[in-house]
Design a protein around this ligand. Structure first.
Ligand SMILES: Cc1cc2nc3c(=O)[nH]c(=O)nc-3n(C[C@H](O)[C@H](O)[C@H](O)COP(=O)(O)O)c2cc1C
Length: 328
């Protein structure tokens, strides 16, 4: 897949996810075969007010490429200025958020609220495209609700003003994350544009990824929640695409090593207090699906230090090696 001058091969991406797709997790996903990663959403207003959080959300690893920085907002001028700042931080592309369903985002007219505001949405994309030299992409939901599926019409307009790819999360704002994704919306967008369309929503297995491409004509696949505690998913999908065979799931030792690396990197990046706090839920994901793991996952909610995390991992590994491992 080609996004303007950027080659995304294989066409497999890590979805932008607040609280998850930070530098540490992006590095893991990339190493396992995610060809493009995107940062957590950066609020354009906060960025222009020089909020420290916005800057650390935009920090990239040396040599991390291709990578997108995602910005959210609905004021074309502010979004353009934020895009310039994000591009200066080394983003290979700027991704615009038109999918966030969270009430406090939507009430400002940002995120998925833009799906209901054609004029502003198009102005935002146009302003960002005109402000930066790097390609601009839009990640959107299908519409506000199933009675207003606006993504196909919007995508067409976004292409006209210069967007270079569309990421389509095949749910509406109204669906939140509850209802199943409806991939037919990806096809509807694909039929209306000639820029690449990246399908997203409910891809859990290599077969799902194949089926999404086949059924919708999507040019690429974006994985969100299925990568939680399982960055190997990218490798499994790529292997399946290339060989038609399944890789074995990672062993307990590999999972423990991956979790441990993740913990260490989070502490390096964010310091022990914040790094470990943010790691609690993520560590639990690595330990999911193994017999008797509930006890260890419960312990993850209590960890305060890197040593606490390492000791839960070691205890879990000891236990898991005595069990036959299966993925849930
Ligand atoms: C914890 C979490 C945080 C998310 N944060 C963002 C975000 O910052 N920007 C964005 O465009 N989408 C965000 N999303 C949506 C995902 O990118 C993706 O569209 C959604 O999870 C559907 O894909 P999936 O079914 O593969 O998980 C988030 C989703 C989750 C679960």
């Amino acid at each position: 897949m080609q996004i303007d001058t950027i080659t995304i091969d294989p066409p497999l991406m890590l979805a932008p996810m607040a609280g998850v797709s930070n530098r540490a997790f992006r590095a893991l996903a990339r190493k396992q075969g995610a060809s493009l990663c995107v940062t957590e959403m950066v609020n354009a207003n906060a960025l222009l007010h020089k909020s420290a959080k916005s800057y650390w959300l935009m920090e990239l690893d040396p040599g991390e490429t291709p990578v997108g920085i995602q910005i959210a907002g609905s004021d074309p001028e502010i979004m353009a200025a934020a895009a310039v700042e994000a591009a200066s931080y080394g983003a290979d592309l700027i991704d615009i958020n038109m999918g966030c369903p969270v009430s406090k985002v939507v009430k400002n007219g940002d995120g998925s609220a833009l799906l209901n505001d054609y004029d502003t949405a198009v102005k935002v994309v146009e302003a960002v495209v005109n402000a930066v030299k790097v390609p601009v992409t839009v990640k959107m939901r299908a519409g506000w609700d199933h009675q207003s599926i606006t993504a196909p019409t919007l995508a067409e307009a976004f292409e006209r003003v210069g967007a270079k790819a569309i990421g389509l999360h095949a749910r509406t704002r109204d669906d939140q994350y509850m209802r199943p994704a409806r991939w037919e919306y990806i096809r509807s967008v694909k039929e209306r544009v000639s820029i690449p369309v990246i399908g997203n929503g409910d891809v859990h297995t290599p077969e799902d990824a194949r089926r999404m491409m086949d059924e919708t004509g999507a040019d690429g696949v974006m994985i969100g929640r299925a990568s939680f505690g399982d960055p190997w998913i990218f490798q499994r999908i790529t292997h399946f695409w290339e060989n038609g065979e399944h890789l074995l799931p990672p062993s307990a030792l590999e999972r423990a090593q991956m979790a441990s690396w993740h913990v260490r990197r989070m502490v390096e990046i964010k310091g022990e207090t914040v790094g470990i706090a943010e790691m609690r839920k993520q560590l639990a994901w690595y330990l999911k699906g193994t017999p008797g793991s509930a006890e260890y996952r419960a312990k993850c909610t209590q960890i305060k230090t890197e040593a606490d995390a390492e000791s839960v991992i070691a205890e879990w590994l000891h236990h898991a090696r005595d069990e036959s491992l299966t993925w849930s």
